[in-house]
Design a protein around this ligand. Sequence first.
Ligand SMILES: CC(C)(COP(=O)(O)OP(=O)(O)OC[C@H]1O[C@@H](n2cnc3c(N)ncnc32)[C@H](O)[C@@H]1OP(=O)(O)O)[C@@H](O)C(=O)NCCC(=O)NCCS
Length: 146
Amino acid sequence: MSTESSLPHDPLSVKLPLDKELVLKVIPMPADCNANGDIFGGWVMAQVDLAGSVIPARYAEGRMATVAVNEFIFKQPVRVGDILSFYSELTRIGRTSMTVKVEVYAERFHSQGRYIKVTEASVTYVAIDDAGQPRPVPPSSLPRPQ
Ligand SMILES: CC(C)(COP(=O)(O)OP(=O)(O)OC[C@H]1O[C@@H](n2cnc3c(N)ncnc32)[C@H](O)[C@@H]1OP(=O)(O)O)[C@@H](O)C(=O)NCCC(=O)NCCS
């Protein structure tokens, strides 16, 4: 996987992916915390759902719905004030569905420029018609996964 540089020293620090697209940046706030004081997993899942929809929306050209969370891994806790960067890539297009991989990287409050991978997920979206039924993903000039 191709990467770009990040600062060294922290053993959890990793390099950002160059083969995925930055689709969202957001900073969690105290209202997003669980009882431990870390960020609530459901809040992270909601952000991943939003971020993951960005690339499929280009292909669906209309309404779509999340049909499946195929995998969701919380690798490290997310904390208040982290700058979260969501990277995504299309991994599959079917007849009516599109699957993406989403990776989430945190810059800790006092360690901007060092990236820690906190979450990774695979999510599938379905193009739907006005009645909420699956419809074929339209032919597109955009590149598709092999
Ligand atoms: C999305 C929805 C319209 C699909 O309807 P459906 O009757 O299951 O449709 P199908 O069985 O024809 O499947 C449609 C596509 O989804 C895929 N799919 C269905 N279930 C899946 C699953 N569990 N995992 C991965 N893909 C799945 C199918 O493979 C198919 O893809 P393809 O056409 O590219 O081969 C329907 O399930 C729905 O409305 N779900 C609720 C969506 C929603 O509200 N999401 C927000 C959650 S709060």
